[in-house]
Write a protein that binds this ligand. Structure first.
Ligand SMILES: NC(=O)c1ccc[n+]([C@@H]2O[C@H](COP(=O)([O-])OP(=O)(O)OC[C@H]3O[C@@H](n4cnc5c(N)ncnc54)[C@H](O)[C@@H]3O)[C@@H](O)[C@H]2O)c1
Length: 434
């Protein structure tokens, strides 16, 4: 196969469609491996930033973008015409849920429509966006074959899930094993050639459906285990047992146990959404994925539970939520990222606001959020500021927070992440943990 020879000799041009949390690290990794990479994004701001050698994703070093753009191996555009000239195309566009909580694969369909306008013999197309089993073969393949070209012979089609974990400094795009499944064995071979030049480990599987399901199993595993531990937290709070101490002690078992931690609810673009892609597809086969639905239910109750804890703690101080000043620490969906998509903080902010609380927030990674069309800026964590609030609500346990300073200067702290676990002595009395 000519494409494999060209990949091996690094004589290829690669396109990456969608330059977000997944696409930009991948584009940079391909460029570092020696390929010529063109990123395509509809967002002009991202295109301009790349061409100006700037990174807008915390995990992608600006020095890498600078070096790759300066060497001519990386550039960005918002037009699709470049697809005529490339050898490989990776699709990294969003896959959200519709308001009805059904999968929204319209971004993939849109990207495929553009690809089909330029598809030519010898090209390799890889979907990286998380999606339900069957998307590659049932939805993408017909669009691409409508050009008259035949998969496995004229062009190659593969699904390869992206497993990147923002803010994880040990595992990055390069050293996370890469799973891939092609529509035919030639398709898989082409993808193996592309990724084995770039990533440390490649894991070929028998089909796109298997590769699509691998990703959904991984994220369902997280969602179900977080659901289980959230249920333990609700149960333990009724029974007056410290769930954090239980988990820490259980974690000393050297086999058969893996710790998951409770929290204010699931967030981000993956864990709350991806399992519902799987249960939606299973329903089409008459199968009810009960664990998935149950975990989703338990996890989505957590913001309500946090409100309950907060109201109870304020009540002890003869205060109501409505006449309280509350500062939320962290609105990002997890620690050390600048991403507030699907963050439970936003839901809690909305619930508290509707109850009349006077709300502010601080997040070192997120300068402002939009609430009901209004811009709300992150406030500073000064001594004076902290002492002016009736309650500090810790939602995201960013590593840069000085929890000792916060506790010393606050009147009351609701800690949904056990971030204050090292605080001892009389100040401990100010803290109410999930
Ligand atoms: N963020 C994560 O941690 C993560 C991890 C693994 C997998 N995923 C999956 O990867 C996919 C992408 O997620 P993300 O977090 O990178 O999303 P993102 O929103 O950060 O980036 C997507 C980018 O695609 C662009 N885009 C949308 N439609 C386009 C089109 N038709 N043509 C060109 N560009 C287009 C958007 O402007 C945006 O820049 C999703 O399916 C997600 O579930 C995300």
């Amino acid at each position: 196969m000519k494409i494999i020879e060209r990949i091996k000799n690094k004589k290829i041009k690669c396109a990456v469609i969608g330059l977000g949390y997944v696409g930009l690290p991948l584009a940079v990794e391909f460029a570092k491996a020696g390929y010529e990479v063109i990123g395509i994004d509809l967002d002009e701001k991202k295109v301009k930033a790349i061409n100006k050698k700037k990174s807008y994703i915390e995990d992608v070093k600006e020095s890498d973008v600078k070096e790759m753009v300066a060497s001519g191996r990386l550039r960005a555009t918002s037009g699709y015409e470049i697809l005529k000239k490339v050898d490989t195309i990776n699709i990294c566009v969003p896959t959200p849920l519709r308001k009805t909580r059904d999968p929204d694969i319209s971004y993939i369909v849109d990207a495929c429509g553009h690809i089909s306008n330029y598809l030519r013999k010898g090209q390799l197309v890889i979907l990286e966006s998380t999606t339900y089993p069957g998307t590659t073969e049932e939805m993408m393949l017909p669009i691409l074959e409508s050009t008259g070209l035949k998969v496995g012979k004229d062009f190659y089609l593969v699904f390869s899930p992206e497993r990147v974990d923002p803010s994880n400094s040990s595992y990055r795009t390069k050293n996370i094993p890469k799973v891939m499944g092609g529509v035919t064995s030639n398709c898989t071979k082409a993808a193996v050639a592309l990724y084995s030049n770039t990533m440390d480990t490649v894991v070929p599987v028998s089909s796109p459906r298997v590769a699509e399901t691998v990703k959904l199993l991984e994220n369902t595993f997280r969602s179900v285990n977080i659901g289980l531990v959230n249920e333990m937290a609700l149960m333990c709070s009724k029974m007056d047992i410290n769930v954090w101490e239980v988990i820490d002690a259980a974690s000393t078992k050297p086999f058969g146990f893996m710790p998951f931690y409770p929290g204010p609810g699931l967030g981000g673009h993956c864990i709350p959404i991806d399992p519902l892609y799987l249960s939606w597809k299973a329903r089409l086969y008459g199968f009810e994925a009960r664990f998935i639905e149950l975990a989703s239910q338990v996890n989505s109750q957590m913001p309500e539970h946090i409100l309950h804890i907060l109201a109870g703690a304020l009540n002890e101080k003869k205060k109501s939520v409505a006449d309280s000043k509350i500062l939320m620490m962290g609105v990002a969906y997890k620690k050390d990222v600048a991403d507030a998509r699907e963050s439970p903080a936003l839901e809690i902010f909305d619930m508290l606001s509707k109850k009349g609380a006077k709300l502010s927030y601080n997040d070192p990674f997120i300068e402002s959020i939009r609430y009901r069309g209004r811009k709300v800026n992150s406030t500073k964590l000064t001594k004076k500021n902290l002492s002016g609030y009736d309650c500090i609500l810790i939602i995201t346990n960013h590593s840069s927070y000085d929890y000792k300073f916060v506790v010393e200067n606050a009147k009351l702290i609701i800690d949904t992440r056990n971030a204050t676990k090292n605080i001892k002595g009389k100040n401990r009395k100010k803290i109410v943990c999930l």
